[in-house]
Design a protein around this ligand. Structure first.
Ligand SMILES: Nc1ncnc2c1ncn2[C@@H]1O[C@H](COP(=O)(O)OP(=O)(O)O)[C@@H](O)[C@H]1O
Ligand SMILES: [Mg+2]
Length: 270
Protein backbone atom coordinates (compact mmCIF):
# COMPACT_ATOMS: atom_id res chain seq x y z
CA UNK A 1 0.00 0.00 0.00
CA UNK A 2 1.57 3.26 -1.03
CA UNK A 3 -0.02 6.56 -1.93
CA UNK A 4 0.59 10.10 -0.94
CA UNK A 5 -0.15 11.16 2.56
CA UNK A 6 -2.52 14.10 2.47
CA UNK A 7 -1.04 16.55 4.86
CA UNK A 8 -1.34 20.28 4.99
CA UNK A 9 1.70 22.20 3.99
CA UNK A 10 3.64 22.82 7.21
CA UNK A 11 3.05 26.54 7.13
CA UNK A 12 -0.42 27.05 5.81
CA UNK A 13 -0.23 30.79 5.53
CA UNK A 14 1.70 33.70 6.88
CA UNK A 15 -1.48 35.36 8.10
CA UNK A 16 -2.49 35.28 11.75
CA UNK A 17 -4.85 32.48 12.73
CA UNK A 18 -8.36 33.83 12.95
CA UNK A 19 -9.66 31.63 15.72
CA UNK A 20 -8.16 29.91 18.74
CA UNK A 21 -5.73 26.99 18.53
CA UNK A 22 -7.62 23.69 18.64
CA UNK A 23 -5.38 20.70 18.55
CA UNK A 24 -5.36 17.05 19.53
CA UNK A 25 -2.02 15.38 20.17
CA UNK A 26 -1.68 11.85 18.89
CA UNK A 27 1.09 9.32 18.37
CA UNK A 28 2.51 6.06 19.57
CA UNK A 29 2.79 5.32 23.31
CA UNK A 30 5.76 7.09 24.86
CA UNK A 31 6.30 9.40 21.88
CA UNK A 32 5.97 12.48 24.07
CA UNK A 33 2.29 13.43 23.66
CA UNK A 34 1.72 14.43 27.27
CA UNK A 35 4.92 16.43 27.58
CA UNK A 36 4.13 18.36 24.40
CA UNK A 37 0.42 18.80 25.28
CA UNK A 38 1.09 20.07 28.79
CA UNK A 39 3.88 22.40 27.81
CA UNK A 40 2.01 23.75 24.78
CA UNK A 41 -1.08 24.40 26.91
CA UNK A 42 0.96 26.39 29.43
CA UNK A 43 2.65 28.41 26.71
CA UNK A 44 -0.64 29.18 24.96
CA UNK A 45 -1.99 30.49 28.26
CA UNK A 46 1.09 32.69 28.68
CA UNK A 47 0.36 34.20 25.30
CA UNK A 48 -2.88 35.48 26.72
CA UNK A 49 -5.58 33.06 25.60
CA UNK A 50 -7.97 30.97 27.67
CA UNK A 51 -6.84 27.36 27.51
CA UNK A 52 -8.75 24.16 28.09
CA UNK A 53 -6.54 21.09 28.36
CA UNK A 54 -8.35 17.80 27.84
CA UNK A 55 -6.86 14.53 29.03
CA UNK A 56 -8.69 11.66 27.37
CA UNK A 57 -5.98 9.10 28.09
CA UNK A 58 -7.07 6.56 30.73
CA UNK A 59 -3.38 6.33 31.64
CA UNK A 60 -1.84 9.13 33.74
CA UNK A 61 0.17 11.87 32.07
CA UNK A 62 -1.20 15.30 31.26
CA UNK A 63 -1.80 16.61 34.79
CA UNK A 64 1.87 16.08 35.60
CA UNK A 65 3.10 17.76 32.43
CA UNK A 66 0.81 20.73 33.17
CA UNK A 67 2.33 21.15 36.61
CA UNK A 68 -0.71 19.93 38.55
CA UNK A 69 1.00 16.83 39.88
CA UNK A 70 -0.25 13.27 39.70
CA UNK A 71 -4.04 13.70 39.69
CA UNK A 72 -5.86 10.51 38.82
CA UNK A 73 -9.42 11.11 40.02
CA UNK A 74 -12.43 11.55 37.74
CA UNK A 75 -13.24 15.28 37.60
CA UNK A 76 -16.73 15.03 36.15
CA UNK A 77 -18.29 12.72 38.70
CA UNK A 78 -21.93 13.66 39.04
CA UNK A 79 -22.01 15.71 35.84
CA UNK A 80 -23.87 13.00 33.92
CA UNK A 81 -26.81 10.77 34.80
CA UNK A 82 -28.00 7.51 33.37
CA UNK A 83 -31.55 7.15 32.15
CA UNK A 84 -33.62 3.99 32.52
CA UNK A 85 -32.54 2.73 29.11
CA UNK A 86 -28.90 2.98 30.21
CA UNK A 87 -27.98 6.07 28.17
CA UNK A 88 -25.84 8.71 29.77
CA UNK A 89 -26.61 12.39 29.42
CA UNK A 90 -25.40 15.56 31.06
CA UNK A 91 -27.48 16.51 34.06
CA UNK A 92 -30.01 19.25 33.59
CA UNK A 93 -28.37 22.65 33.85
CA UNK A 94 -24.90 21.35 33.05
CA UNK A 95 -23.78 22.50 29.65
CA UNK A 96 -20.22 22.59 28.42
CA UNK A 97 -19.52 26.05 29.84
CA UNK A 98 -20.89 25.11 33.25
CA UNK A 99 -18.96 21.85 33.22
CA UNK A 100 -15.69 23.66 32.55
CA UNK A 101 -16.46 26.28 35.19
CA UNK A 102 -17.48 23.77 37.83
CA UNK A 103 -15.39 20.68 37.17
CA UNK A 104 -12.14 21.74 35.51
CA UNK A 105 -9.05 22.06 37.72
CA UNK A 106 -7.28 25.36 37.41
CA UNK A 107 -3.58 24.84 36.87
CA UNK A 108 -0.55 27.11 36.61
CA UNK A 109 -0.92 30.00 34.15
CA UNK A 110 -4.68 29.55 34.49
CA UNK A 111 -4.93 26.49 32.26
CA UNK A 112 -8.16 24.55 32.88
CA UNK A 113 -7.84 20.77 32.90
CA UNK A 114 -10.67 18.32 32.36
CA UNK A 115 -10.11 14.59 32.66
CA UNK A 116 -12.54 11.71 33.05
CA UNK A 117 -10.17 9.90 35.38
CA UNK A 118 -7.82 6.98 35.06
CA UNK A 119 -8.47 3.29 34.56
CA UNK A 120 -8.97 1.56 37.90
CA UNK A 121 -8.18 -2.04 38.90
CA UNK A 122 -11.82 -2.73 37.96
CA UNK A 123 -11.36 -1.07 34.56
CA UNK A 124 -13.35 1.95 33.40
CA UNK A 125 -16.64 0.86 35.04
CA UNK A 126 -16.30 3.04 38.14
CA UNK A 127 -15.64 6.18 36.06
CA UNK A 128 -18.27 5.69 33.33
CA UNK A 129 -20.32 8.70 34.47
CA UNK A 130 -17.31 11.00 34.28
CA UNK A 131 -16.20 9.45 30.99
CA UNK A 132 -19.59 10.01 29.38
CA UNK A 133 -19.83 13.56 30.69
CA UNK A 134 -16.34 14.27 29.31
CA UNK A 135 -17.28 12.89 25.88
CA UNK A 136 -20.41 15.00 25.72
CA UNK A 137 -18.69 18.17 26.87
CA UNK A 138 -15.97 17.77 24.24
CA UNK A 139 -18.67 17.45 21.59
CA UNK A 140 -20.18 20.77 22.57
CA UNK A 141 -17.04 22.87 22.61
CA UNK A 142 -17.48 24.07 19.06
CA UNK A 143 -21.01 25.31 19.59
CA UNK A 144 -20.92 26.68 23.13
CA UNK A 145 -20.87 30.49 23.06
CA UNK A 146 -18.04 31.58 25.34
CA UNK A 147 -15.97 28.44 24.83
CA UNK A 148 -15.69 29.06 21.11
CA UNK A 149 -12.91 31.53 21.87
CA UNK A 150 -10.91 29.12 24.01
CA UNK A 151 -7.79 27.35 22.88
CA UNK A 152 -8.19 23.60 23.28
CA UNK A 153 -5.35 21.10 23.64
CA UNK A 154 -6.33 17.44 23.78
CA UNK A 155 -3.91 14.74 24.92
CA UNK A 156 -5.14 11.50 23.35
CA UNK A 157 -4.10 7.96 24.25
CA UNK A 158 -1.63 6.03 22.14
CA UNK A 159 -2.75 4.82 18.74
CA UNK A 160 -5.55 5.76 16.34
CA UNK A 161 -8.62 4.50 18.19
CA UNK A 162 -9.89 7.70 19.79
CA UNK A 163 -9.28 9.74 16.67
CA UNK A 164 -11.22 7.14 14.69
CA UNK A 165 -14.12 7.20 17.13
CA UNK A 166 -14.46 10.98 17.17
CA UNK A 167 -12.98 11.70 20.58
CA UNK A 168 -11.48 14.97 19.40
CA UNK A 169 -14.31 16.71 17.52
CA UNK A 170 -12.98 20.07 18.76
CA UNK A 171 -9.68 19.68 16.89
CA UNK A 172 -9.03 21.15 13.47
CA UNK A 173 -5.42 20.02 13.69
CA UNK A 174 -3.89 16.75 14.83
CA UNK A 175 -0.30 17.06 15.98
CA UNK A 176 1.23 13.67 15.35
CA UNK A 177 4.23 13.19 17.64
CA UNK A 178 6.86 10.99 16.08
CA UNK A 179 10.21 9.69 17.31
CA UNK A 180 13.10 8.83 15.01
CA UNK A 181 12.39 5.09 14.96
CA UNK A 182 10.75 2.93 12.29
CA UNK A 183 7.98 1.79 14.60
CA UNK A 184 7.13 5.33 15.59
CA UNK A 185 7.19 6.60 12.00
CA UNK A 186 5.00 3.78 10.69
CA UNK A 187 2.53 4.37 13.54
CA UNK A 188 2.54 8.11 12.86
CA UNK A 189 1.62 7.63 9.19
CA UNK A 190 -1.23 5.33 10.12
CA UNK A 191 -2.56 7.57 12.87
CA UNK A 192 -2.35 10.65 10.63
CA UNK A 193 -4.43 8.96 7.94
CA UNK A 194 -7.09 7.83 10.37
CA UNK A 195 -7.23 11.11 12.27
CA UNK A 196 -7.68 13.18 9.12
CA UNK A 197 -10.48 11.03 7.74
CA UNK A 198 -12.82 13.59 9.30
CA UNK A 199 -13.32 16.42 6.82
CA UNK A 200 -11.69 19.73 7.63
CA UNK A 201 -8.85 18.36 9.71
CA UNK A 202 -5.14 18.33 9.01
CA UNK A 203 -2.24 16.38 10.47
CA UNK A 204 1.04 18.07 11.28
CA UNK A 205 4.03 15.98 12.30
CA UNK A 206 6.20 16.92 15.25
CA UNK A 207 9.53 15.14 15.45
CA UNK A 208 10.34 14.52 19.11
CA UNK A 209 13.43 13.29 20.95
CA UNK A 210 15.62 14.13 17.99
CA UNK A 211 19.40 14.18 18.18
CA UNK A 212 20.13 16.80 15.57
CA UNK A 213 18.97 17.51 12.05
CA UNK A 214 19.86 14.03 10.73
CA UNK A 215 17.08 12.57 12.91
CA UNK A 216 14.60 15.12 11.55
CA UNK A 217 15.67 14.24 8.01
CA UNK A 218 15.26 10.54 8.72
CA UNK A 219 11.71 11.14 9.90
CA UNK A 220 10.86 13.42 6.99
CA UNK A 221 12.29 11.02 4.43
CA UNK A 222 10.35 8.09 5.79
CA UNK A 223 7.15 10.09 6.21
CA UNK A 224 7.53 11.62 2.78
CA UNK A 225 6.62 15.05 4.11
CA UNK A 226 8.17 17.90 6.04
CA UNK A 227 7.89 18.05 9.82
CA UNK A 228 5.92 20.98 11.22
CA UNK A 229 8.30 21.18 14.14
CA UNK A 230 11.04 19.36 15.98
CA UNK A 231 11.76 18.95 19.69
CA UNK A 232 15.21 17.79 20.76
CA UNK A 233 15.92 14.87 23.04
CA UNK A 234 16.46 16.73 26.28
CA UNK A 235 17.52 15.26 29.64
CA UNK A 236 15.59 18.06 31.38
CA UNK A 237 12.33 16.46 30.22
CA UNK A 238 13.27 13.11 31.70
CA UNK A 239 14.43 14.73 34.93
CA UNK A 240 11.16 16.66 35.35
CA UNK A 241 9.16 13.47 34.74
CA UNK A 242 11.28 11.70 37.32
CA UNK A 243 10.20 14.34 39.85
CA UNK A 244 6.55 14.24 38.77
CA UNK A 245 6.80 17.88 37.76
CA UNK A 246 6.27 19.95 34.62
CA UNK A 247 9.43 20.60 32.65
CA UNK A 248 8.26 24.18 32.03
CA UNK A 249 8.38 24.76 35.80
CA UNK A 250 11.57 22.83 36.50
CA UNK A 251 13.72 23.99 33.58
CA UNK A 252 11.84 26.71 31.68
CA UNK A 253 14.73 27.63 29.38
CA UNK A 254 15.73 24.09 28.37
CA UNK A 255 15.96 23.22 24.68
CA UNK A 256 12.76 21.13 24.66
CA UNK A 257 10.60 23.91 26.14
CA UNK A 258 12.18 26.43 23.77
CA UNK A 259 11.32 24.19 20.81
CA UNK A 260 7.73 23.69 22.00
CA UNK A 261 7.41 27.48 22.35
CA UNK A 262 8.44 27.82 18.72
CA UNK A 263 5.85 25.20 17.82
CA UNK A 264 3.14 27.13 19.66
CA UNK A 265 4.08 30.35 17.87
CA UNK A 266 3.85 28.54 14.53
CA UNK A 267 0.46 27.11 15.48
CA UNK A 268 -0.84 30.54 16.37
CA UNK A 269 0.15 31.70 12.91
CA UNK A 270 -0.87 28.55 11.04
N1 LIG B 1 11.98 15.76 24.11
C1 LIG B 1 12.19 14.80 24.98
N2 LIG B 1 13.44 14.53 25.43
C2 LIG B 1 13.65 13.53 26.33
N3 LIG B 1 12.69 12.76 26.83
C3 LIG B 1 11.42 12.98 26.44
C4 LIG B 1 11.10 14.00 25.50
N4 LIG B 1 9.76 13.98 25.31
C5 LIG B 1 9.27 13.00 26.09
N5 LIG B 1 10.26 12.39 26.77
C6 LIG B 1 10.15 11.26 27.72
O1 LIG B 1 9.50 10.20 27.07
C7 LIG B 1 8.62 9.54 27.97
C8 LIG B 1 7.22 9.54 27.38
O2 LIG B 1 6.71 10.87 27.35
P1 LIG B 1 5.15 11.15 27.45
O3 LIG B 1 4.92 12.58 27.17
O4 LIG B 1 4.63 10.60 28.72
O5 LIG B 1 4.65 10.24 26.23
P2 LIG B 1 3.17 9.83 25.77
O6 LIG B 1 2.21 10.76 26.44
O7 LIG B 1 3.21 9.97 24.29
O8 LIG B 1 3.00 8.40 26.18
C9 LIG B 1 8.72 10.26 29.29
O9 LIG B 1 9.62 9.56 30.11
C10 LIG B 1 9.29 11.61 28.92
O10 LIG B 1 10.06 12.16 29.96
MG1 LIG C 1 0.63 10.42 27.72
Amino acid sequence: MSGTLIIAHPVRSAALRVGPVRIAIVGKGGAGKSVISGTAARLLARRGGKVLALDSDPMPGLAISLGLGPLTEPFLEGAAEQSDDGRWRLRKGIGAARAVQRFAKVGPDGVRLLQFGKATPEGLGPIMGSLNAFFQVTHRLATTGVLREWNVVGDLPAGPRQAAFDWAPYADTFLVVVEPTWKSILSARRIARIATSRAGTVALFVANKVHGSSDVKLIEDRLGTAAFGAVPADPAVIEADRRGAAVIDETPACPAVTAIARLVDQLMRA
